[in-house]
Design a protein around this ligand. Structure first.
Ligand SMILES: [Cu+2]
Length: 164
């Protein structure tokens, strides 16, 4: 009874899948891809900044980002925002198989601590993500101005885990 419509739907889906495969072919060796990475411009007086982007798990196994590094900055932390203030996230960024995780102002972010020099609009900054598997993923973020979300970075209630 439904053979004809189903067949049509199936062939349309197959065409979409084929198109998707062709597009992804170039990056099929990367377990984790980083889309639209950017870093917030800042001056040294700001003391800190943050990097954002969308992390996509291209594998059929869960991926956890456990750390991030950059030659440009001495200290990077994986942060989350809870009740308006940020903190280091327990256990890193978990990205389920085949899913994406978006780092964005007001949410998850790569926190840049001890900012050594200004980050200016248009700067290209290299980052490396370390996965729980031991693999690393490099990406380059472009700096851009972003005014929103500054409040949370200037808060005095940041818990760094040190004693009172
Ligand atoms: Cu933070």
């Amino acid at each position: 009874m439904h053979v004809r419509p189903l067949a049509l739907a199936a062939s349309a889906a197959a065409a979409l899948l084929l198109a998707g495969c062709a597009t992804d072919a170039a990056s099929e060796d990367a377990a984790l891809t980083v889309t639209d990475p950017w870093v917030k411009t800042a001056v040294p007086e700001d003391m800190m900044s943050a990097a954002f982007g969308t992390l996509t798990n291209t594998t059929d196994e869960d991926i956890t980002v456990v750390a991030a590094t950059s030659d440009a900055f001495p200290t990077l932390e994986l942060h989350e925002v809870v009740d308006g203030s940020m903190q280091a996230i327990d256990g890193g960024f978990a990205i389920p198989a085949g899913e994406s995780l978006t780092l964005e102002p007001g949410g998850l972010h790569l926190m840049i601590m001890e900012l050594p020099e200004a980050i200016e609009a248009g700067d290209e900054v290299d980052f490396t993500l370390e996965l729980s598997s031991g693999e690393t993923v490099d990406f380059t973020a472009t700096a851009k101005d972003f005014d929103g979300g500054n409040e949370e970075y200037h808060g005095s209630d940041m818990d760094m885990g040190s004693s009172e």
